[in-house]
Structure formats: C-alpha cells, structure tokens
Design a protein around this ligand. Sequence first.
Ligand code: ZN
Length: 111
Amino acid sequence: MVKDCLACDLAAGRLPLPGGIIHETSYWLVEHSVGSLGVGTLIVKPRRHVTRVAQLEQAEAEELGPLLQQTAAVVDDLAADCSDARLRAAVRATRDPDRAAGGRAPRPADA
Ligand SMILES: [Zn+2]
C-alpha cells in the first residue's frame, strides 16, 4: 500500500470509505466510488498498488474477469428497476507525471 495514493489510503483506512469494503477476494477489493461517480458506483480495485493493467500478475488477471461478472450481477439484482445501471470498465492512460510516477489516483478534492 502506497501512502498518498487515494486507492491505497482508502483500502488502508487512512481515508473514510463510505460503506466500507463491500466484497474482497484474494487479489481484489470492491468498494463504492468516492470520486465524481459517487456512492452507488462500485469500484473493483487490486489489493496491492498497481497502476497499469499490464502490471497485473497472472493470478490477479485470472481473478478479475469472474469478479467483474459477479459484481455486475449483484448490481443488476440491486438495481433491477433502475434503468441507469451500467457496467463500465475503464483503462486510462495519463500524461500526468504525478500519476505516472507515483500512481496517485485523483482525490475527490481534485475533481
Ligand atoms: Zn495505490
């Protein structure tokens, strides 16, 4: 866990995490978003500080697909009558040297 990384700080309890950790596996955590997407948007993030999908270990990558499917199924069940429920997976490149070097995700105050 890297200090001053939003994802790590939330996972380590250094910042308040609305609803706590919803689900966890060997390599992944599922939480509510604390950013602009807000509570109700679930984030699937690695337990360890990883900033690039290409850096995932094989076991982490193998666990990700089924976890995304299970998480989406839970959201579908909870939001069965909500027409705005969607599944999104985002992989984003950045030229921000702070994020590239330290992998610090944006904090709510950055938005
Ligand atoms: Zn981190």
